[in-house]
Design a protein around this ligand. Structure first.
Ligand SMILES: *Cc1c(COP(=O)(O)O)cnc(C)c1O
Length: 401
């Protein structure tokens, strides 16, 4: 029987059985509109509010501080544009700060804001992908309205010091938004304790459905909606609710919250076994913070191979992984994250991201190690760059181990 190992959980996760079961009645039976007054509608409304309270429990906030959206991208857009367009900020507050390693949902939103006349500063990261806190602090001026820094990076897994970032923001009088799409369900988050003002999440990164997400927006912060209409989500996001999707997101968050103490050590042990195995390949390095990283994320650069070739050959062995970022597949530019942590182009091209989930097993990991070893060896055997490297006459200037 052919083996299939899905290990691209940072791109999307399989819907879990419990999520599927929770959603099913709202796809087959429940067809009332949550805004209507009859019984079917009331039941749908109740299901949406239950999901809202699961999300609020996980984040330690009030259910009224949760706005359901069409996903992580919309939540990021709503946080940034919604705040800047609110008309409630002092006139001078037209400056946004973000980082060089954000997801495109934040990065391209900020570039758009620049095009229409706002100022944006992109703070750099160190070689493990941590935000440079002193640089952040210096960048904040009295004109800064918002700092948007991701909770954990989708390519290299590095977790940011959220509490410290929030402290700096508040000390200097600005708000803090975090894109926590990779973090929700994979680490503990307490928005009150950490001082987070706004937070984005997405269903399909934690075994929920695609096309649904949420923005936590602290009470008192005024946002202009991106979508005007019937006034759903307390006027913050119009449009008839995606009831089944919201129920699925709620169940995914509830389940992750309940299982967190089992899930994190289990997936971390799989990840560390994989990292140990892959780093035995010569001229291979881990990217990101070796300790403070997402439990399932193992990311590498492997010299003298092309990431794309590696991914395609692993695919032939039934293995799903990725290189660079999934969203830019098809482009030949190395990922902006690997550039930002200071890797030279030729090294960044040989990147591999393996992201494990609770559905993976020790056998999966051993199969991954075996196949990655085999494919890297095969590719290097065909590579003139590898030949040169081994003969001690470097053709390209490459890093030494
Ligand atoms: C996947 C992802 C997004 C986008 O979420 P969607 O629900 O797919 O729109 C945003 N930010 C990060 C960090 C992500 O990993």
């Amino acid at each position: 029987m052919e083996r299939v190992v899905y290990s691209d959980n940072a791109a999307t996760t399989p819907i879990s059985k419990n999520v599927y079961n929770a959603m099913l009645p709202y796809l087959t039976g429940g067809y009332g509109n949550p805004s209507s007054l009859y019984k079917l509608g009331r039941e749908e409304k109740k299901a949406v509010e239950q999901a809202r309270s699961y999300v609020a429990d996980y984040l330690n906030c009030d259910p009224n501080e949760i706005i359901f959206t069409s996903g992580g991208s919309e939540a990021d857009n709503l946080a940034i544009k919604g705040l800047m367009f609110s008309g409630k900020l002092p006139k001078n507050k037209r400056h946004i700060i973000t980082s060089t390693i954000e997801h495109h949902a934040v990065l391209y939103t900020c570039q758009f804001m620049e095009r229409i006349g706002y100022d944006v500063t992109y703070v750099n990261v160190d070689e493990q992908g941590h935000i440079k806190l002193d640089e952040l602090e210096q960048a904040i001026t009295e004109d800064t309205a918002l700092v948007s820094i991701m909770a954990a990076n989708n390519e290299i897994g590095t977790i940011q010091p959220l509490k410290e970032i929030a402290e700096i923001c508040h000390r200097k009088g600005t708000l803090f938004h975090t894109d926590a799409v990779q973090a929700v369900g994979h680490m503990k988050i307490d928005v009150k304790e950490m001082g987070i003002d706004m937070l984005s999440m997405s269903g399909h990164k934690l075994h929920g459905p695609k096309g649904v997400g949420a923005l936590y927006c602290r009470k008192g912060i005024v946002l202009e909606p991106l979508i005007h209409g019937g006034g759903q989500e307390r006027g913050k996001r119009s449009g008839t609710e995606n009831v089944a999707g919201i129920v699925g997101l709620g169940e995914a968050v509830r389940y992750a919250n309940e299982k967190m103490d089992e899930y994190i050590p289990y997936v971390t042990s799989l990840r560390d076994r994989l990292i140990e195995g892959v780093l035995k390949i010569p001229y291979t390095r881990l990217t990101g913070d070796p300790v403070n990283r997402l439990p399932g994320t193992a990311s590498f650069v492997i010299e003298c191979i092309e990431g794309e070739s590696l991914i395609l050959r692993l695919d032939l062995a039934g293995i799903a992984t990725s290189t660079g970022s999934a969203c830019s597949t098809g482009s030949l530019d190395p990922s902006h994250v690997l550039m930002a942590i200071g890797l030279p182009h030729e090294i960044a091209h040989g990147s591999l991201r393996v992201t494990l989930g609770e559905q993976n097993t020790v056998e999966d990991v051993d199969y991954l190690i075996e196949k990655i070893n085999y494919v890297v060896k095969t590719l290097r055997d065909m590579s003139p760059v590898w030949d040169e490297k081994m003969s001690g006459e470097p053709m390209l200037k490459l890093f030494d181990k």
